[in-house]
Write a protein that binds this ligand. Structure first.
Ligand SMILES: [Zn+2]
Length: 311
């Protein structure tokens, strides 16, 4: 199979643990999916731009005979400026400094268009296509992973906010919660309802049970039921705020064995405002696949290449 570099975009999804790569053509077909350890890429001395450029070049050496694609599109677990050029803050990857102008520096080295986006925005762009969401006036994506990822679509466009940092449900202050978040603030939602919070619950209450088996092994434990209630309150908060066409739920927690979707939905309905939006609430589930973020990054690049004003 010969892939023409001019026909494909290189999508990259950067996480705290792994970096995922794939070439995606305009028919949204993906080729040469690869996963490497983020630590391997970021390790050692040297400038971050050079490390990123190096891993992109070696991927292209393996899969494109050393040529570069039409564009590179990268999803970061970061807050990003509105113009989508600078990584503002990346709490879970210490190798990425604050205010890092990654687009300018990487374009100077690679000499091809480089696009960056919040990883969850790319996930939502992918899910909208994958789940064939028809009505896109307002859609909320909530991804319960290590933290709580959130992306919001309004009038068919990803909501950016004034500074590019809109849709941070995970950092919604929760009254009475005194815990300190990785973002530096006190009382953020994701300190009590997230993978990190679940890990703490496991250590405190169920030290004999592996975290991946918690839902399966202790479905009736009050602590687990309370945790689901907390997740439901987070979803309902967003639903009550936005009255969305649909809400898409995903992330690692939902994929754990025995995750009680029915209970979660029941609790979301309990906390959602009556009669609307509760009575017509449309909850959908992201289809887990580790290539989703890569595919979403490519969709984002296509939108940017097609429309200079799209952000
Ligand atoms: Zn926070």
């Amino acid at each position: 199979m010969a892939i023409s570099p001019q026909q494909v975009v290189l999508g990259i999804d950067i996480g705290g643990t792994n970096m995922r790569f794939g070439l995606v053509d305009q028919a949204h077909e993906m080729y040469a999916f690869e996963r490497v350890s983020s630590q391997e890429v970021f390790a050692g001395e040297g400038e971050l731009t050079q490390k990123l450029a190096q891993c992109i070049r070696s991927y292209c050496a393996r899969n494109l005979d050393g040529q570069l694609p039409r564009a590179v599109s990268i999803g970061f677990p970061s807050t990003i400026n509105r113009e989508r050029t600078v990584l503002l803050q990346t709490p879970n990857i210490s190798a990425i400094p604050d205010y890092f102008p990654v687009v300018e520096s990487l374009e100077a080295v690679l000499q091809i268009p480089v696009f960056i986006n919040r990883d969850v925005n790319n996930l939502l762009l992918f899910d909208l296509e994958d789940l064939e969401v028809k009505t896109q006036n307002c859609v909320a994506g909530i991804y319960f992973g290590t933290g709580v990822g959130n992306a919001i679509l309004v009038d068919g466009k990803i909501l950016l906010g004034k500074n590019g940092v809109a849709a941070e449900l995970g950092h919604l202050p929760v009254y009475g919660n005194k815990r300190i978040c990785t973002c530096g603030n006190e009382s953020c939602l994701e300190t009590v309802v997230s993978g990190v919070a679940l890990e703490r619950l496991q250590q405190e209450c169920f030290p004999q049970t592996h975290i991946s088996c918690l839902f399966e092994t202790h479905p009736d434990a009050p602590q687990m039921q309370a945790f689901i209630k907390g997740m439901a309150q987070a979803v309902a908060a967003e639903v009550n705020l936005l009255d969305p066409d649909c809400v898409i739920l995903g992330g690692g927690l939902m994929q754990m064995a025995g995750f009680p979707k029915e209970l979660l939905e029941k609790e979301v309905h309990y906390y959602a405002r009556k009669p609307y939006p509760e009575c017509v609430l449309d909850i959908r589930y992201s289809r887990p696949n580790q290539a989703n973020g890569v595919a979403g990054a490519a969709i984002y690049a296509e939108k940017r290449l097609a429309d200079k004003n799209y952000l």
